[in-house]
Design a protein. Sequence first.
Length: 140
Amino acid sequence: MGLIDRILQSKLRLKETILQGIKFSIVGVLNTFVGWASFFILFYFLKIDFRVANILSYILGITNSFLFNKLWTFKSRRYRFSEVFFFVLVFLISFSIQYFFTLFLKERLRVNPFLAYIAGNIVYTLIGFIGNKFITFHKV
């Protein structure tokens, strides 16, 4: 492969990654809506216990995230349990890092809590995107 072909391939991969990052962010916003809306319906309309409604709304949000990121963002057509396993693992890792990073900013560095939350969510999104792109939905 010549130099020009490598440069073109590199630009195409970068463009694809940027597009995937945008889609991943859109799915994240949609997940937030799904989680909030499902909690509202479960708790206020169906009168399900607060704790159960909270857990179910997160499960619905994560399921929505998995399906949209699998099929739309990363266009994975494989049907493997490993995708579900690694998706949940990436979620747990990125959430844990976000949680402790936010606490560190707020508690140790005395950053405004809202700014710490925003910074933590940026870290969460970046780690989640990288983990899902290169581990969960990595094309073999």
